[in-house]
Design a protein around this ligand. Structure first.
Ligand code: FSX
Ligand code: SF4
Ligand code: F3S
Length: 378
């Protein structure tokens, strides 16, 4: 298992992270948190000084995709950084120990770090019939969560399952699966939804916590606003096609091959708050929409698995595309015009770095009905 004493930057370097990678990650995380560039030195200092908090990571009803996503992240050693800037004292699928040895490790870590450890929960918690549908070490998930939460400093619900119940909670929800916030009411809880979530969102949340010794500002669904404050639709490279009324009609047809907007194939991007279209996944920087699949709204409790993939979302609280200047709609007295081609949109997307885009402040709704706009285009 990873972890151990980790208090100086040199330790990160020993762990196989070059200074360049370390600083690059601090700069990326600083930008993701919406902080000014100059703050990256404070973040780096905080990593050196405050790194190594004890983390207890529990697994309940889930597919382990959240841990897999973290471990499979290849962008410079993100998994190394995460696993080495914390002391991962208990993680059922990563730890070498098992049985009584593992249970002792959990017990000892909780005792040694009482009131100070971060509790990370992956997976939903079944509540029906006193929670008998998920047991680890003879205890129900409900018991384990309540016990571990009672002495935690804060809790991170990683993934949509731990945040809101996820796929297990879909009707008829036979096990009564719920998210952590439905059970624990007296601790700070940060939701990092996504099925699975971006490892960067976990990384920057932990870095924020270590830097400022408090949890980041959250939205109404308990998500860090710096990562979930905007809709993926605002930065999508297919957005110029949406604005121009060009939609893919079927998978594999010419409109799909042309890279047209996936709204009519069920893309939930206009109703999904996340940073996938900016932060992207893996070394090559892909995300579902970039490879031709509609967003399924995996960060949204009322969308993921609650709507069929092909169903279209209603577009409320419209927000403009953020990669080119807004038009003055009032002056022109009509809806947005087709401003640009997909080519220009892609070029704009490539030109704007993740940090620059995320560091922008959140836009205000302008009251314009984008769904009306969309209907005009149909
Ligand atoms: Fe849930 Fe995590 Fe989806 Fe899986 O374990 S958020 S089912 S990808 O990965 O909890
Ligand atoms: Fe991109 Fe989906 Fe929005 Fe179309 S509907 S612009 S594919 S996020
Ligand atoms: Fe999930 Fe949609 Fe992002 S499906 S990974 S929120 S593009």
């Amino acid at each position: 298992m990873s972890g151990g004493v980790m208090k100086k930057e040199e330790d990160f370097l020993c762990a196989g992270v070059s200074r360049r990678s370390f600083m690059k990650t601090c700069i990326t995380a600083t930008a993701m948190m919406g902080l000014p560039f100059s703050m990256h030195t404070k973040v780096a200092e905080a990593m050196e000084k405050n790194g190594n908090p004890s983390v207890i990571w529990l697994h309940f009803q889930e597919c382990t995709g959240c841990s897999e996503s973290l471990l499979r992240s290849t962008h410079p050693t993100i998994s190394t950084l995460i696993l080495d800037m914390i002391s991962l004292d208990y993680h059922e699928t990563l730890m070498a120990g098992s049985g009584a040895q593992a249970e002792k490790s959990l017990h000892d870590s909780m005792l040694a770090n009482k009131g100070k450890y971060l509790l990370v929960v992956e997976g939903a918690i079944p509540t029906k019939e006193s929670g008998i549908y998920c047991k680890v070490g003879g205890k129900t998930a409900l018991e384990s969560l309540q016990h571990a939460a009672s002495n935690a400093a804060a809790i991170i619900s990683i993934g949509t399952c731990a945040s809101y119940g996820g796929i297990q909670s879909v009707g008829p929800n036979p096990t009564g699966a719920v998210g952590v916030r439905d059970i624990v009411k007296d601790k700070p809880i940060i939701n990092i939804p996504g099925c699975p979530p971006s490892p960067y969102n976990l990384l920057s949340t932990v870095m924020y916590y270590l830097t400022f010794k408090k949890i980041p500002e959250l939205d109404a669904l308990g998500r860090p606003k710096f990562a979930y404050g905007r809709k993926i639709h605002e930065h999508c490279e297919r957005r110029p096609h949406f604005d121009a009324g060009r939609f893919a009609k079927a998978y594999g047809d010419d409109t799909h091959a042309q890279g047209y907007c996936l709204f009519k194939l069920g893309c939930k991007g206009p109703a999904t708050y996340a940073n996938c279209s900016v932060q992207r996944f893996n070394e090559v920087g892909v995300w579902p929409v970039s490879v031709g699949h509609p967003c399924i709204g995996c960060t949204e409790p009322d969308v993921l698995f609650k709507m069929a993939i092909a169903d279209k979302v209603q577009i409320h609280e419209p927000t403009p595309f953020d990669s080119y200047a807004p038009v003055d709609l009032k002056e022109k007295g009509k809806g947005p015009e087709p401003l640009t081609t997909g080519f220009v949109g892609l070029a704009a997307g490539a030109a704007l770095g993740a940090g620059a885009m995320l560091a922008k402040k959140l836009p205000k709704d302008d009251g314009h009905k984008e769904d009306d706009h969309h209907e005009e285009q149909e």
